[in-house]
Each structure stands twice: as structure tokens, then as C-alpha cells.
Design a protein. Sequence first.
Length: 222
Amino acid sequence: MKLPILICRLKTNKPLKKSQTPYVRGYILNKFNKEEYKELHNHSGNGFIYIYPKIQYKIIGGDAILLGIKEGINILGDIILNIKELELKGEIYKVVNGYAKVRFEDFGTTKEMVKYKFISPWLALNEKNYSKYKELDNEGKKELLEKILVGNVLSMSKYLDYNVKEKLKAEILELEDFVVRYKGNKFIGFKGEFLINFNIPNYLGIGRKVSKGFGSVVRVEE
């Protein structure tokens, strides 16, 4: 299917760091905190909404990248022109340039395996599967992560109303794990490359904490 995505790039007078992604998200949430904009923050009056985030926040190449997916397009389109600056931990970053454009990206299963790389840490493990992960040998870890990767794509597809009819296959090519610190907590993050028989549009996130910029992927052209 063709997945509609609004891609907004905000260039500021000083380059942003990837570690500032949660602050960009926090600033926008505080500035546009309305119930009808619940897609901005994945919360409602009744608490957290367990869905694939339709608005995602990234920092790539020193710029803020905001993605609006499907229903997120209208919400992001409503606010993007009103973002003249970003106040991040008391420091002001003036928006000096940027663009917003809608693309219709291929999304869904493919006959061939497609190569991707993570451009931000993939938070694949929760408490339960982290305990299991620690006990496995290298081959077992690889197999577990491949299963989780397939599960992440299936979950994303479900919330984006795409019915996966073919069997998904994933292959980890290279993956490095490291400690990620977020809001005082430690997580195991992964970076590297993988193959999967699925079209994932560039910059979409998979795994945990996608709305905060984690798990973003780009296609690797052979």
C-alpha cells in the first residue's frame, strides 16, 4: 500500500544533537497540549494510548525532523507553521529554514529482502525478554532479535491498517549493543543493519519509544 507521510524538517540557527530529541518532543507537547492533539503525545485523559505513534520526533543531521503518519498529517500540518523556535532546557533555537511535504511511500511486504540500518538506537528488549537475552549464546541472541524485529513490524502494520498476509523473514546482518540512558533509566540499544521482506519508509521507527526518536531506520541501497 501507499502510506501517506508528512515530513517536516526544521533547521535552527544552531545544530541540534540527537540527545535533544526528547526535549524537542516535550517543547512541542507543552506548546500544543490539546486533547484533540492526543496523537502528539500518545496519551488521553484515561492514560497512555497503546498504538503505533502517528507523530514521531527525530533529530537527523542537526535538524529536527517531525513525521506525521496518516491521521498525524492533519495535526502536524496544523501546528508546524506555528513553530518559530524551540526552547530546549532554557536555550532558544530559532527556526531559520525548513520544509514540509507529503509523500506517499511504499509500505508492505516485498518479494525480495530489503536492507536497512538503524540511525538511532533500536530498543528491542523489555524486562522479560532482556532476562532471556542475557542467557543466550550469540546465535540465540541473533535469533531472538530477528523474532522481535518481525514482531515490531507486524505491530506497526496492525496499527497502520495493513494486513500482513505473507510470512515475514528478518535477518540480522550486524548489530552492536550499547547502553542507552533515557530519563534516568538505562536501556540496551542496538545499532546495525538487517534484512526483511518489507518496505519500511525512511525514518519510520520500530521497537520501543518510537515517538521519542528511537528505532529509526533508513534503507541501504546496494
